[in-house]
Design a binder for this molecule. Structure first.
Ligand code: FDA
Length: 394
């Protein structure tokens, strides 16, 4: 039976970084993963360029039943620390928008960075490893693997959430938490596109691929101002992914289809200048033509000229375009979600070390924990910060 100081389950963002940090601190680390290669989600991330952190990382960008929990780790290993590491590896990056940092070339570079750090730290990486059972006695943890038994004083669960089962996601971490008496908040898909009910879906489907600037507000008042994309299933784009984390089934979202403009004032000015212009053609100066055509088919935009538009019609039109209330049918679910909301209850973990308060030697890091970031590099930063905080205690 092989003995290690630390066994880490999950060679994703959090597990790889934690393994390297613990190894560099002189620990003998075994890093296990069920997949063929490490960091599979990293490779897919940021459209293949990995949005590896956000310049504006702060606790307010995270959802959790315990909103203060993430503060300590985020303050001790910051976005600037990870940027330093990226620079040290000579990886070129750029800010795309809203503080979001992406590799210039490829997400593969971030995986290579993590693997190199693990090699430097002499981490033992075992891929295609299924953990069949985990048991604990006073001297540590024993893991039955497919064909092997391994032991360590400390066990770190970095097996991630449930999004994208095709990339190896499993409920393993939640099951281990429950096995050792920790509670787990119900999980749901987040940063995920909305699906729409018929007949709205049928009406909007031909807009698939059309993007507009928007603001989207959830019923709790949370609001994001980013792009929105019509898809053949419903609505997507950054604004929709963001608000999906704040949306509950059955609720409405309120969409401003033209947030940069005062449409009432715009129509008044247009009417003065071009009274015979159709409402449709005047709105097409601000919104994609196809969208305005569909809105006319839906009777949102009256089939009239500007001079024929009466004040009641104008008020209704402006209200709908600035405050379009949509009730999503649901979301696309874990199949396309970027993250999982909910997870291991943080009140049972130390915010300094990520160790379970009542189970010495058992740690939870990354997405398996009930800490979920906004879109924009926040989730990777949580992976790095929680992994680093944990590694200091290994
Ligand atoms: P992660 O999921 O990375 O790793 C968990 C590992 O555990 C996996 O390798 C898995 O195979 C392994 N595992 C699971 N069960 C196991 C078991 N039973 N036995 C052994 N191993 C097991 N975030 C961001 O900040 N910027 C971005 O650009 C993106 N982009 C993005 C795109 C896409 C398509 C997705 C799906 C997600 C993102 N994200 C993102 C979110 C980000 O990928 C996510 O938050 C982190 O990968 C979480 O890191 P973890 O290490 O916690 O889990």
């Amino acid at each position: 039976m092989e003995q290690f100081d630390v066994i880490i389950i999950g060679a994703g963002a959090a597990g790889l970084f934690c393994a390297a940090q613990a190894g560099l601190r002189g620990r003998r680390v075994l890093l296990l993963d069920n997949g063929k290669k490490p960091g599979r989600k990293i490779l897919m991330s940021g459209g293949g360029r990995c949005n590896f952190t956000n310049l504006y990382t702060e606790a307010a960008a995270y959802l959790s039943h315990n909103p203060h929990f993430c503060k300590s780790a985020l303050a001790r290993y910051t976005q600037w620390d990870f940027i330093d590491l990226v620079n040290k590896h000579g990886i070129a990056w750029h800010e795309k928008t809203l503080g979001q940092l992406f590799c210039d070339d490829s997400a593969q570079q971030i995986v290579e960075l993590l693997v190199k750090e693990c090699e430097k730290a002499e981490v033992t990486l075992r891929l295609r490893s299924e953990v069949l059972s985990v048991s604990r006695d006073e001297s540590g943890y024993t893991l039955q693997l497919n064909g092997d038994t391994v032991r360590a004083k400390k066990l770190v669960i970095a097996s991630g959430g449930l999004s994208m089962p095709g990339l190896g996601a499993t409920p393993f971490g939640y099951k281990i938490a429950e096995q050792f008496g920790l509670s787990v908040f119900p999980t749901r898909a987040a940063l995920v596109p909305f699906t729409l009910h018929k007949p709205l879906l049928d009406q909007l489907q031909t807009l698939s691929g059309v993007a507009i600037d928007s603001t989207i507000e959830a019923q709790d008042g949370t609001l994001f101002k980013e792009a929105m994309l019509f898809t053949h299933r419903g609505l997507s784009g950054p604004a929709v992914l963001q608000i999906s984390s704040y949306w509950q089934p059955g609720e409405f979202v309120t969409i401003n289809l033209s947030p940069a403009n005062d449409l009432d004032a715009f129509i008044n000015v247009q009417r003065e200048a071009h009274p015979n212009l159709s409402v449709k053609n005047s709105l097409a100066k601000l919104l994609p033509k196809r969208l305005v055509e569909i809105l006319q088919e839906m009777k949102v935009v009256p089939d009239a000229s500007l001079k024929q538009l009466n004040s009641k019609q104008q008020a209704e039109l402006v209200q709908t375009l600035h405050q379009w209330r949509v009730q999503p049918n649901g979301t696309e679910g874990y199949r396309t979600a970027e993250v999982t909301l909910g997870g291991v209850d943080t009140t049972q973990l130390s915010s300094k070390t990520m160790e379970a308060r009542d189970v010495p030697g058992l740690f939870f890091i990354g997405e398996v924990v009930d800490v979920t970031g906004w879109l924009g590099g926040y989730n990777f930063q949580w992976a790095w910060s929680s992994a680093w905080a944990c590694a200091q205690a290994l």
